[in-house]
Design a protein around this ligand. Structure first.
Ligand code: G
Ligand code: G
Ligand code: G
Ligand code: MN
Ligand code: NA
Length: 253
């Protein structure tokens, strides 16, 4: 319970930060976007993993404020980078509660507008399980967001239960193959079959395919050969602070 209280105070107390992991175009190797990931440094308990505090925020009713802080921070960062000659798009993670929140589309649009950003600069990463908790309501909310010009990605694809039929009905543009299929891709023939089929399926539905968890050069080469569009993983970079990312991109490009 005291952790619930601490979490509510985390943003105002300056204990939250965002880190940014590069996403590269598989063919050109250029950095096109970053995934924004939240970090909480608790004053006594130290680093608390996002899986844990996001779940806590969802159950204790503070997720809306946490997501608002995250969206504000990321939009301000995109703008600040742009002024430093470092232009990228950002992918942000939404929880199941965010997806069914009626006020989210309006709040996202307001934040984009107030930072002078066009809506396609933000991609929303939403897990299959978050969408499938309330599929009808989620589909409706995603339609609104899509019509507002934001891009939508299905995160952790392959680990949930979404059927092909459901996928076809959702207004998504991107599939992000879960890292459990990518980490051992270069040594596991089953993973290669799964990844190959997912890329084919996704492309046939007109979707862009992202692979996360790319750790080896062999996996990078294989994914590129299989036609994967975007790559993310420790091979290129760990998640970085805002200033580290800017320097990393300058060296990379
Ligand atoms: O950064 P990585 O280590 O450890 O992230 C673990 C999980 O936490 C990921 O599945 C990611 O989607 C989730 N996560 C990270 N940052 C955020 C955030 O800002 N909002 C939400 N809802 N989830 C996040
Ligand atoms: O939202 P999502 O679950 O997709 O968050 C991505 C998670 O994957 C984050 O926790 C991030 O730190 C982690 N990650 C990113 N690249 C790699 C990688 O190459 N290997 C591993 N093991 N984890 C990664
Ligand atoms: O420092 P860290 O462990 O986060 O780096 C992860 C990997 O990212 C390193 O193994 C390195 O290969 C890669 N990396 C770091 N900086 C650059 C860079 O400026 N350009 C490229 N292409 N790769 C980098
Ligand atoms: Mn994600
Ligand atoms: Na993921």
């Amino acid at each position: 319970l005291t952790l619930v209280h601490d979490l509510q105070e985390a943003a105002p107390q300056g204990q939250l930060t965002m880190v940014y992991q590069p996403q590269l175009d598989a063919r050109t190797g250029r950095v096109t976007a970053v995934e924004a990931l939240m970090r909480w440094q608790h004053p006594r308990l130290g680093f608390i993993p996002p899986d844990e505090f996001i779940t806590l925020a969802e159950h204790s009713g503070s997720i809306q404020r946490l997501t608002q802080w995250m969206v504000d921070t990321v939009c301000a960062q995109l703008r600040a980078w742009e002024q430093d000659g470092c232009r990228v798009d950002a992918a942000i993670n939404l929880s199941a509660k965010d997806v069914t929140d009626d006020s989210l589309p309006g709040r996202l649009q307001h934040c984009l507008t107030s930072h002078g950003l066009s809506p396609e600069r933000l991609r929303l990463e939403i897990t299959e399980s978050a969408i499938m908790q309330e599929p009808e309501q989620a589909a409706c909310r995603l339609d609104t967001l899509r019509q507002a010009g934001l891009r939508i990605a299905v995160d952790d694809f392959g680990t949930g239960y979404s059927s092909l039929a459901q996928l076809k009905r959702l207004p998504v543009q991107e599939l992000k193959i879960d890292k459990s299929f990518i980490l051992k891709l270069d040594e596991n023939a089953d993973d290669e079959i799964i990844v190959r089929s997912t890329i084919e399926l996704g492309h046939n539905l007109g979707l862009e395919i992202v692979a996360e968890g790319v750790e080896t050069e062999a996996s990078r080469v294989l994914l590129t050969r299989l036609g994967c569009d975007i790559l993310q993983g420790y091979l290129f970079s760990h998640p970085l602070s805002a200033s580290q990312f800017c320097a990393w991109k300058a060296a990379h490009d």
